[in-house]
Design a protein around this ligand. Sequence first.
Ligand code: GLP
Length: 256
Amino acid sequence: MQVVITTNESTAGEFAADIIERRAHAGALRVIGVATGSSPLPVYDALARRDLAGVRAARAFALDEYVGLPAAHPESYRSVVSREVTARLGLDPERVHVPDGSVDRLSTAGERYENLIALAGGIDVQILGIGTTGHIGFNEPTSSLASRTRVKTLTEQTRRDNARFFPSLDEVPRHCVTQGLGTILDAREVVLIAVGSRKAAAVAAAVEGPLTSMCPASVLQLHPHATVIVDEAAAAELRLRSYYTEVFAHRPAWQV
Ligand code: GLP
């Protein structure tokens, strides 16, 4: 795992965009995995500014969706992805996929989404944020480390964290459909962004804690090509901070 400590969130976004741009130039960006939440916004800002043909041509898969919100609801992840990603990066809306959170089709939502990802040839690079519970996607603590796309119940803490997007806590859905941790591990490369002190404990548990379903993001320790990009505040609880800084400063030119 490569840990990159940047001075601020815009530098973090530029660094993640560099990874994606390199892939696009190498012709290795057929499918991009996109995350919602505020953390990846600087990545989308940077990519939007760069206006890359290789990104515009990519297919995209979102990580997750709330159950029971109408697709047109402004906070459904279908709407958020359409606003923040599809429109800004110039993607073809027909090639942007979000799990189906409709209540009447839930029993097959996971399998249908897994099939779509497989048909597309798998995800080349998955962008991730991290929740304060240590979740990636909506894989809350005790999620199976081998899980596939399925319905999950959100923790109270996640519902409170996300209540800022809804008129009241009561309106935050309780259930979601999320790519599983096994699904995320199948991406060829993963890039996690975390900024701010609220994420410091989750980042430390994910990067340096034991591999445990109590911190679902710790599953990334099993991924052969994972980069964690954090600002100083999110890096605050990392014990090996100075080591990561040294590794980064002396990384060989051929290593990307
Ligand atoms: C949501 C999403 C996650 C995201 C997390 C953190 O719950 N399902 O994919 O990583 O929130 O959000 P933020 O980046 O806004 O802190």
